[in-house]
Ligand binder design. Structure first.
Ligand SMILES: *Cc1c(COP(=O)(O)O)cnc(C)c1O
Length: 229
């Protein structure tokens, strides 16, 4: 077995155990392989191991890989900060955007999403620990932001994405995930007409804590592909 196959098996095992630990169904967790900085060949190998969902952070790099791998039925997620001059790539080539944080981006995606494709799935990024260095909306801004998205029919508003502050204790990270989960529940009450079913939270180091707090999608890079160079 290659290292990549062994890593994927290990991550799947961790997800399985984490769901058992809190009485959830493993089928309710999507594993997104974060493939930034990895070559297309590594993505192809991960796909052969059964992975379908891949996450990219950088537009230029992503564009080349999506083109190289267009013969495979992959689901592409853009998870990095998105500049407004790069929205067309995401609108035309991606299935998901996890880092939506301003209306201008949403409006461009609405205008650029090709008519033959289904609406682009979007998650709103939440700055849950109120960090100056991070993008994302504060919990108190979510309601107005989602209201502003209601008229954009080329977007499917699916949920929230979060990256908690680094170097916290497990208890503090778990609390950040729980607060994000509570934000989603509130939006579900407020906007029952929207398909708000996604909590994009948890990475290599903290996926168990995220699953315990209700994550439905974990974004794993390092523990699948190895340390980034
Ligand atoms: C790089 C990245 C990940 C993956 O992080 P790992 O610690 O390598 O698992 C997840 N989410 C986002 C937004 C990232 O940029």
């Amino acid at each position: 077995m290659t290292i990549l196959l062994a890593n994927i098996a290990k991550v799947r095992d961790r997800i399985q155990h984490a769901t058992e630990h809190c009485g959830r169904d493993v089928k309710d967790i999507t594993l997104l392989a974060v493939s930034k900085t990895r070559p297309a060949t590594a993505i192809e190998e991960a796909h052969h191991a059964g992975l379908l969902h891949f996450g990219e952070n950088y537009a230029q790099e992503a564009e080349a890989k999506v083109a190289t791998l267009q013969h495979l039925p992959l689901v592409w997620h853009f998870i990095g900060p998105l500049q407004s001059n790069k929205t067309r790539l995401v609108a035309e080539r991606f299935h998901w955007l996890h880092s939506l944080d301003r209306l201008k981006i949403a409006e461009r995606l609405q205008a650029q999403r090709p008519v033959h494709l289904p609406p682009l799935n979007v998650c709103i990024e939440v700055n849950i620990d109120d960090e100056a260095s991070k993008s994302g909306l504060h919990p108190g801004q979510l309601d107005d932001f989602v209201r502003a998205l209601l008229s954009l029919d080329r977007l499917a508003v699916r949920g929230l994405m979060v990256i908690p502050a680094a170097n916290q204790t497990a208890a503090t990270t778990h609390a950040s995930f729980e607060r994000t989960s509570a934000c989603l529940h509130q939006l579900q009450q407020q906007f029952p007409q929207l398909p708000l079913d996604t909590l994009s939270m948890g990475m290599s180091a903290d996926l168990e804590l995220a699953i315990a707090a209700g994550s439905t999608l974990v974004r794993v890079g390092t523990d699948i592909f190895g340390a980034r160079l």
